[in-house]
Write a protein that binds this ligand. Structure first.
Ligand SMILES: *Cc1c(COP(=O)(O)O)cnc(C)c1O
Length: 387
């Protein structure tokens, strides 16, 4: 089956649901069993089947099956949010006295989890340059249990050489965990590039409509129970409504992404011609430092990118953003609507200093690009007036 056909069919089985097209929302806490023997049969195959609401209902399993199939892993685990998926994945592999390597360009809450939670549990984090490639071998220690990457970083868009990192990590006995949210399960196939555990903030493009929180962890079979048990112990399960919304969003993921990426390219081309703009950070653009690896490993892009300004006061950037009519100021991305956000990588980075000018992140939504350009053009007028 070609991938577009999989997107339409994965996790769906109308024959089991009165012919109804979408897997229905099964809500449950208690699940009842006809006999003690059936109840106890679950002891030999935990996490297979409908056992208790926290461990998932058929709606959860439909989503998990669909994502595992599209990412090319063996099994998936739905979690309460993308951050829950990150926390569970890291704690599944590290214990007190262990060490993890985390890319310097990761999503801010990932870094906060390492600095605040892992640290308190006696797990040390070293941040590495995301473009380090095979050079990561020099940072791997005897107690390094996991190497965590985000590709590309969702603020500054460096593209790590995942196969090179994975090769070194595996040689040292560490697992490779990837936050694959930007690429979605469609545009980067983590398990073909040496990743052991892949994370989706399904909140973003999979749900696609800015109305649900959800994470998904996908693993190869040897790591499944390690991660599944950790997820169960944390109790951070997803709700069935959220899984339903993710399954619904999934069906249109490809067509949405194509339009998001097309508009992002249009906006980038226009921004490149603006005197106020210094650099654009979007690996799908020829000339971007991550472009070669992106071209080698990815099959598509989306609507999320950043750019830096040559010079602009904080006040001028605020004047530009505050008056936007179509771009809303807000966190997250992946919905149908355009977003704009001032970003401050210089405040968080520790391994690779950020020396660019004031930076702004854009999520190009599904509006007409001409209207978005008009909104940005007005924004630059306010920026220049407030300099
Ligand atoms: C938003 C985001 C997350 C976290 O997802 P939530 O569902 O908001 O917890 C993780 N990684 C990346 C790259 C994100 O952008």
């Amino acid at each position: 089956m070609k991938e577009d056909t999989r997107i339409v069919n994965a996790g769906r089985n109308p024959d089991e649901n009165f012919g109804i097209v979408n897997p229905p929302v099964y809500r449950a806490s208690t699940v009842t069993f006809p006999t003690v023997a059936v109840l106890e049969s679950f002891d030999s195959h935990p996490f297979d089947g409908v056992f208790y609401g926290r461990h998932g209902t058929p709606t959860t399993f439909a989503l998990e099956q669909a994502i595992a199939e599209l990412e090319g892993g063996d099994r998936s685990i739905a979690t309460a949010s993308g951050v829950a998926a990150i926390a569970i994945s890291l704690l599944a592999f590290a214990k007190a006295g262990d060490h993890v390597l985390v890319a310097d360009n990761v999503y801010e809450p990932t870094r906060r989890f390492c600095n605040q939670v892992l640290k308190r549990f006696g797990i040390e984090t070293t941040y590495y340059d995301p473009t380090i490639g095979a050079g990561i071998q020099d940072l791997l220690q005897a107690n390094t249990k996991a190497v965590f990457a985000e590709s590309p970083g969702s603020l500054t868009f460096e593209v790590p050489d995942i196969p090179a990192i994975a090769k070194a990590a595996h040689k040292a006995g560490a697992v490779v965990i990837l936050d694959n949210s930007w690429a979605t399960p469609l545009y980067f196939k983590p398990f073909e590039h040496g990743v052991d555990v892949s994370i989706q903030a399904a909140t973003k493009y999979i749900v696609g409509h800015a109305d649900a929180m959800l994470g998904v962890i996908t693993t190869r079979e040897p790591h499944f129970l390690t991660v599944r048990k950790t997820a169960a112990n944390f109790g951070a399960c997803s709700g069935p409504e959220e899984c339903y919304l993710a399954l619904r969003g999934l069906r249109t993921l490809r067509v949405r992404l194509e339009r998001h990426a097309k508009t992002a390219h249009t906006l980038c081309n226009w921004l490149q011609g603006r005197a106020e703009v210094d650099r654009i950070f979007y690996p799908a653009l020829a000339g971007d430092p991550g472009h070669e690896i992106w071209k080698r490993d990815f099959t598509g892009a989306n609507g999320l990118f950043s750019f830096s300004l040559k010079e602009a006061s904080k006040k001028a950037v605020a004047a530009m953003l505050d008056g936007m009519e179509l771009f809303a100021i807000g966190y997250s991305w992946g919905g149908y609507e355009s977003l704009i956000l001032p970003i401050h990588p210089e405040k968080s980075r520790t391994a690779t200093p950020w020396r660019e000018g004031p930076a702004i992140r854009i999520h190009a939504g599904l509006e007409d690009p001409d209207d978005l350009i008009r909104d940005l053009d007005q924004g630059f007028k306010r920026l220049n007036a407030a300099r």
